[in-house]
Design a protein around this ligand. Sequence first.
Ligand SMILES: [Zn+2]
Length: 241
Amino acid sequence: MRWLLAALLPFAAACGEDVTPVAPTTPVPEPRVCTDELERARAYIDSILPREWDGTPFRFDLFDHFPEIAGADYLDGQLEEVRGLADRIEEQIGYPIIEAGSVIPVRANLPQGWNGPPPIDLGTCDQWREPGQVLGIHLTGRPYGHQGQGAMWAAPGCALVGYWVGDGLPSTEYRQQYARTAIVHEIFHLFGFKHSDNRELPEPVGVFMSRQLTGGNTSGTLYPTFNDMDALRCVFPENRP
Ligand SMILES: [Zn+2]
């Protein structure tokens, strides 16, 4: 029995002490070694943000022209979503890439039929935005192939996100979550990301999103995983060469 006691004793000693319980920690995955993420992101629908990055966070602004049916708090809620995303990115990778701006007047001299119905002829990009800006605009119709409401269209070549609120925001909680957090998904398109199941684009075009960011979780929330945000380090390096 002697060997058994020897093995058990250290255990018993540890158990006898008054030890404050420590919450189990989820192991943090190892950051990746960058490979072709930047090349992929740049090739995704001519996305402008990976080409424009100079280390200054992009600013997300919304045009002040959303219909009343969207609700009084809708735009503030969208800025809040972007702020949350910005914080999570900075917390994980250590520096900011995007920040929430404000609700701004519609820019003058936009192309004819500038907010739809889709498809929209975007004209030239400098008609829309200043360098470093990401713009959210409301469309008068739903882009082909989309369902639901909220942020649902991204034009990576000009850093635009299109919204459509239709008859108001969806009634079920699941769809509301979806409509509220879809902006995060669309912003990743602007960052040069494609859907997790996208097999149509040739390789290497577009960084793959996670499934969670592509389609949401069971509550309808679209959110970036560790890997989605880790890939941002490679697309938007802190010290750009
Ligand atoms: Zn998408």
